[in-house]
Design a protein around this ligand. Structure first.
Ligand code: BGC
Length: 782
């Protein structure tokens, strides 16, 4: 048992009733299919931590608060809305409400099952007057029927005959504590839904609402089917924000009351009340026809397929095995059925970051999806494509060409109110382009290339050409931007940004060459592609000759070093305890930046440079962002610090299960969970995908005895299995392909596993970290 969860390979189990941990477990037990998200709240609605039901893309607008306005500052913010809650099923035992704060929980178990894709609960509760019942529930948010969630709920009397009353609700405008301190934002989110329609009869009900400002409309419906003896009295009651089915029945000892509650959702910016209502009726009709068992079977089949393509097996550390599968399960939940909507930084697990998407999606989550569920990666990129008009408008407002993708957003419009770590982080546009290029290389999806990819690559390349300039020496500079490290802002020639822009410019030129008619339609001329190539070839990449390292941006290595020894532990994260001006002018790194560049643009550095740069940046990097550990792990593994990489692996994988950033209540850190896959595959598997080819350089830390993963690549699926002395590569299906193993080509053909040896490394001592910021030394947990 660690941090309340028992270690098991395919499930996450919680065996106590710790009401103080409710907010945390609600995020961790959240269910989602990328379209609907439901926090893991108890069915009875109370006690609760932070209730939340979300629909991807559904938000309320509010004015962005500025003390002093400035030109080009976005005016409107967007915040994810807690929509109509369909999870609530209250129970009265005789006449006492089941409430875990009262009476006694004789048993209470909750299990998130990674293979069935469900959350199960098993509670034996004794009421304050001593009546005992067993409540079992299982719920799912369907991967196959995207608009549907379902709960199967059973009550069994344990002390003789009993009267049970069950109340099943749809509840809108559920009061939630606002995360924001700004009253203007808080008031926009206080009861954001205006009732437009309510109906209910017999066992079904539908409520339709609209947000006040963003004018988005949501319909939620419920339908019940009971398994119970005779004599049940049912009544449906509907008001503006509530539909409630009350069902009363005498349940004799030895039998039980069971109900399946089907919940359907639909939302739209354009569709009318009747259209949305019809949509929800249709979703419920489909789910009724499938039935509870059918929904369970479909869910299982979907997950079987997912794990066949995406599983990562780890031997030597059972807790990490569980954590990595937990992470993959949530990455799937965040990205599976978003279908042309964004993948938010928290998925649909909580209100953190207002439900916004960041570069997290393209840089951390999409690599996982590209090689395991390529269609989901494509859909997420189609969302970016769908926001190009907004990105072009933003570029225009900033006096730039092409498209500037937002730093944070729900619908594609920039929502960051803080320039230096918002719009200033222009690299997000190159990150999108990089994800597009990776997806194309991994799939050869020509339709996507023609219809979406070329336009994204061209518009982002245009941005770089206008944002940068050739200096008097001919070098192409990109000045006044912020790289991934938010403790250094508005700088010149950030190496990460410049190298990613360089790739963006080259990929755009190559795509135009492959798709000349699309390029012509976009008005791309030969002069323009030549200019991109020229800018790429002249890209400035600062280097400190004296220290033999890359400054992460110009002059970075000349700044004063942060006084880590004088910084007490409780002052982390630094951004909450020191002014930005001081962080900006000193050498202190919030999250991997130059080290990130050495991962995504590893082809631009020599092995010696990588080693020296890692040694230089480790002692400066405080990991105040959860996006750092995984990247540091990948580079530590590459340069030979395998045990350090293992420590960081654990940090990335356990970020949420151990609540390492003390904010899991607001939702999971999806990028860090995806980052655990990156460490396994790119760190210990050494996988790199530069230049449209796959290369591996596997090597395990001493604690692990075996690591295995599966990848999809250009219509083939193959498995990689690594132990301490070698690695084998097996083509599972699809055409043969060639990969590299520590530089040597390996041809994979059907039927034969190709095994190759791994040379031992000469151990080198790993660098230290800032005082008090060392990663936890990992000892394997079984
Ligand atoms: C990080 C960003 C990240 C954002 C959302 C911030 O703390 O610095 O890089 O995109 O969180 O996860």
């Amino acid at each position: 048992m660690t941090h309340g969860f028992s270690v098991a390979p395919w499930e996450l189990r919680w065996d106590t009733l710790d009401l103080d941990a409710l907010e945390r477990t609600e995020s961790i037990f959240a269910l989602s299919n990328g379209h609907i998200g439901m926090r893991g709240t108890l069915e009875e609605g109370e006690p609760r931590g932070l209730p939340g039901t979300y629909l991807n893309g559904f938000y309320e607008r509010h004015p962005l608060p500025y003390a002093e306005a400035g030109y080009g500052y976005p005016e409107d913010g967007q915040t994810v809305v807690n929509v109509t809650d369909g999870k609530i099923i209250r129970l009265l035992v005789q006449d006492e409400p089941l409430d875990m704060r009262y009476g006694r929980a004789i048993e209470h178990h909750r299990v998130l099952d990674f293979r069935s894709g469900t959350l199960r609960r098993d509670t034996v509760w004794e009421s304050p007057t001593g009546r005992r019942v067993r409540v079992r529930s299982e719920r799912l948010v369907s991967f196959t029927q995207r608009a549907v969630a379902a709960i199967h709920y059973e009550v069994e009397p344990l002390d003789g005959d009993i009267q049970l009353v069950l109340q099943s609700d749809l509840l809108a405008n559920e009061p939630v504590e606002s995360a924001t301190k700004d009253p203007r934002v808080g008031s926009a989110l206080d009861a954001p839904l205006v009732a437009e329609h309510g109906e209910g009869d017999g066992l079904h009900a539908v409520l339709v609402h609209q947000t006040r400002r963003s004018k988005l409309r949501v319909a939620a419906g419920m339908y019940h089917s009971f398994e119970a003896g005779d004599g049940m009295a049912c009544e449906m009651h509907v008001e503006d924000d509530l539909a409630r089915l009350s069902a009363a029945i005498d349940v004799p000892s030895g039998s039980r009351l069971a109900v399946t509650k089907l919940i359907g959702y639909g939302w739209s910016a354009r569709r009318s009340v009747p259209a949305l209502r019809a949509q929800v009726h249709a979703a419920l009709a489909g789910a009724r026809q499938t039935g509870w068992q059918g929904l369970l079977d479909e869910q299982r089949a979907y997950l079987d397929e997912f794990w066949a393509n995406a599983d990562v097996e780890i031997e030597g550390d059972a807790e990490l095995q569980q954590a990595v599968r937990f992470g993959l399960f949530h990455v799937l939940q965040a990205g599976a059925r978003g279908e042309s909507r964004a993948i938010p930084a928290k998925g649909l697990t909580g209100p953190g970051y207002d439900g916004h998407s960041f570069w997290d999606s393209e840089t951390f989550v999409l690599p996982v999806l590209t090689y395991t569920m390529p269609e989901s990666a494509r859909d997420a990129l189609r969302w970016r494509h769908g926001t190009l008009d907004k990105a072009r408008e933003r570029a225009q407002a900033l006096g730039l060409e092409g498209a500037t993708f937002p730093w944070r957003s729900i619908d594609g419009a920039e929502c960051s109110a803080y320039w230096p770590a918002g719009t200033g982080a222009f690299h997000v546009s190159a990150d999108v382009a990089d994800a597009v290029a990776r997806y194309l290389a991994a799939t050869d999806d020509e339709d996507f290339e023609r219809e979406h990819a070329v336009e994204i690559l061209v518009e982002t390349a245009r941005l770089w050409r206008s944002l940068g300039h050739h200096d008097v020496h001919g070098g192409f500079r990109i000045d006044g931007v912020t790289g991934p490290d938010e403790y250094t802002a508005v700088v010149d020639n950030n190496v990460y940004t410049n190298l990613m822009a360089q790739r963006n410019l080259r990929e755009a030129a190559a795509a135009c060459e492959r798709q000349p008619s699309v390029a012509a339609r976009l008005g791309v001329t030969d002069e323009e592609t030549a200019a991109w190539q020229h800018a790429a070839s002249k890209m400035v990449v600062p280097y400190d000759e004296m220290l033999g390292v890359h400054p992460q941006s110009e002059r970075f290595t000349e700044h004063a070093r942060w006084d880590f020894d004088a910084t007490p532990q409780e002052n982390y994260p630094l951004l909450l305890h020191y002014p930005y001006f001081d962080l900006y002018r000193k050498q202190v790194v919030k999250q991997a930046d130059l080290v990130m560049a050495m991962y995504t643009r590893g082809d631009a550095f020599t092995p010696e440079q990588k080693g020296r740069n890692v040694d230089y940046y480790e002692p400066l990097t405080v990991r105040d962002s959860s996006l750092s550990a995984c990247v540091q792990a990948v580079l530590a593994a590459e340069v030979g610090y395998l045990d350090l990489a293992y420590d960081y692996f654990a940090e990335a994988a356990l970020t949420d299960l151990h609540d390492l950033h003390a904010n899991v209540r607001n939702g999971l850190h999806i990028a860090s969970l995806a980052g655990a896959w990156l460490v396994a595959v790119a760190g210990f598997g050494g996988m790199r995908d530069h230049d449209r080819a796959l290369a591996f350089a596997p090597r395990l830390p001493s604690a692990l005895t075996r690591l295995a993963f599966r990848l999809s690549y250009r219509g083939s699926r193959f498995a990689v299995e690594i132990d301490q002395s070698g690695a084998s590569y097996t083509l599972l299906d699809g055409p043969s392909l060639t990969v590299r193993h520590h530089g040597e080509p390996v041809e994979l053909t059907k039927g034969a596993a190709e095994r190759r040896a791994i040379e031992e490394l000469t151990p080198r001592e790993a660098p230290g970290q800032p005082k008090g910021r060392e990663p936890h030394r990992r000892t394997p947990k079984f």
